[in-house]
Ligand binder design. Structure first.
Ligand code: ADP
Ligand code: MG
Ligand code: ZN
Length: 480
């Protein structure tokens, strides 16, 4: 039998607020355990949560950017479970009436075709604390609880089971990652867990309209692992069914070392969490004006910007896509074309030399030592014939290392291109005189020697001769 995989993702997005979701404690990463805590995030009895407005603003931005409706009256709920890193015995989350509902993202699947992936909901919630074991806990065989992370604001973005392959899941996840980092509401650092996902996977016979039983794979923290985990899980479920068994609904863990998933616990049903509205928090009322203000304040999103780069600047899809990979890169490009209007040339240099140099040195575009204005100045020097394209690469490397302007480098190093015909003619005359044999060969029909002469002229001018002037004059002279 042939099987159709079905996947739905639940993505946790850690929000870039300075303070926690229900108290004023700092969200800074990496401090001494329990130094960023207060009665609220320690879960002490009687301490009352106060909602951080910034979290709501970020949630609205995320919702509007993923085509969701913003709920006018949304409600916080208690999700009850026991774990040592959750001192209250419940997590404040949203269940009924989450802040964002019924959105979608269009993803480009095979061959560039667009596919719409439904977003069921986006809700706000608090993160739990963290268990630390061994030395870090203060005793070599002990364990401790660090509540610095408790109450850190998260958005959970839940997709419909619309994804049909591991590749589609990764494309969707990358789109979502691009949007939240673009909005500046999440740092997107997957290794540190600021953007992590649970993958729900099931299989059904091809053509069936009843979804199979799903397994949920928890806390996957890289795009590569998402792909591996889903692929392993699909095959495991198919094997299970083919062997006459049944897939059971459960929570599984992915092990990056073996590339496999293993059972963690049987899945709780929603009623096991005994969700109920949190009596400490009033319903959150969001006015139409607030939503409208937020919509007006949204930046141009990656998709719109990509389209504009194609429509207004005439860039090919590939370039437009690369240049909108993140907002800083797109901003760099736009600053470049503001100073030098040949968009394709600026695009080529950013996708070529700049990207290569950034990668080689492990530098982010935000810290690029060459400003867009300096890059533009370099391109102008090529454009007006001061230097050749080949020389420009040398100047570029020097700009990167020394931070000098291209003009200064060209002057210091005497790299100015030689375009003066008289000077070039003199060189050509000398070379032709010294190589009479080759001149005769050329005139006898052996056109290949032309390249030899070009090489000689470039060598004699130490690479500075303008190649197109050289070509023109050489042709002229050789033909006699
Ligand atoms: P939870 O119990 O995890 O809180 P939900 O019912 O809200 O769950 O579903 C969570 C995720 O599981 C959603 O992303 C949804 O698309 C996905 N999902 C639901 N049913 C299936 C299925 N049969 N196969 C794959 N994914 C599924
Ligand atoms: Mg879940
Ligand atoms: Zn606190």
């Amino acid at each position: 039998m042939k099987y159709q995989p079905v996947i739905g993702l639940e993505v946790h997005v850690q929000l870039l607020t300075d303070s926690k979701i229900f108290c004023g404690c700092s969200t800074k990463f990496g401090s001494e355990p329990n130094t960023q805590t207060c009665p609220v995030c320690l879960g002490l009895p009687g301490a009352l949560p106060v909602l951080n407005k910034k979290v709501v603003e970020f949630a609205i931005k995320a919702g509007l950017s993923t085509n969701c409706s913003i709920t006018q009256r949304s409600i916080f709920a208690r999700k009850n479970y026991f774990y040592p890193d959750l001192p209250k015995g419940y997590q404040i989350s949203q269940f009924e009436n989450p802040i964002c509902q019924r959105g979608w993202l269009d993803i480009a699947v095979d061959g560039g075709e667009l596919k719409r992936i439904g977003i069921t909901r986006i809700h706000m919630e608090e993160d739990a604390g963290k268990l630390v074991h061994g030395e870090l806990s203060g005793s070599s065989d002990g364990s401790g609880v660090d509540l610095n992370r408790a109450c850190t604001p998260l958005l959970e973005v839940v997709s419909e089971p619309d994804l049909r392959s591991s590749d589609e899941a990764v494309i969707y996840l990358k789109r979502l990652h691009q949007i939240v980092t673009w909005l500046g509401i999440c740092d997107g650092n997957m290794e540190e867990g600021s953007f992590r996902c649970d993958a729900n996977v099931s299989v059904m016979p091809v053509g069936s309209d009843t979804l199979g039983t799903r397994a949920e794979i928890k806390n996957i923290n890289s795009f590569k692992f998402v792909k591996q985990a889903i692929e392993y899980e699909i095959q495991r479920q198919i094997d299970q069914i083919e062997d006459g068994g049944k897939v059971v609904q459960e929570t599984r863990l992915f092990d990056p070392n073996s590339g496999t998933t293993r059972s963690m616990r049987s899945k709780e049903e929603a009623h096991d969490y005994r969700y109920f509205p949190d009596p400490d928090l009033v319903p959150l009322v969001i006015s139409d004006e607030w939503v409208e203000r937020s919509r007006q304040a949204l930046p141009e999103l990656p998709e719109q910007r990509r389209q504009r780069f194609m429509d207004e600047l005439g860039l090919p899809l590939y370039d437009a896509e690369v240049l909108t990979a993140n907002r800083a890169l797109a901003d760099y490009f736009e600053a470049g074309i503001a100073a030098y209007s040949n968009a394709k040339a600026v695009a080529n240099w950013i996708m070529g030399e700049i990207t290569r140099a950034l990668n080689d040195s492990g530098t982010a575009i935000e810290a690029c030592p060459i400003t867009p204005g300096e890059l533009a100045a370099l391109l102008k020097l090529i454009d007006n014939g001061t230097i050749s394209g080949k020389m420009a690469k040398i100047v570029f490397d020097e700009m990167w290392c020394s931070g000098k302007t291209p003009q200064a480098i060209v002057e210091d190093k005497g790299l100015v291109q030689l375009s003066d015909s008289n000077a070039i003619e003199n060189i050509i005359d000398e070379i032709m005189a010294a190589n009479a044999g080759q001149v005769n060969e050329y005139r006898g029909g052996k056109e290949k020697v032309f390249g030899f002469f070009v090489g000689q002229v470039m060598k004699a001018s130490r690479g500075r001769a303008n190649p197109s002037v050289v070509n023109e004059l050489l042709l002229d002279k050789l033909r006699g």
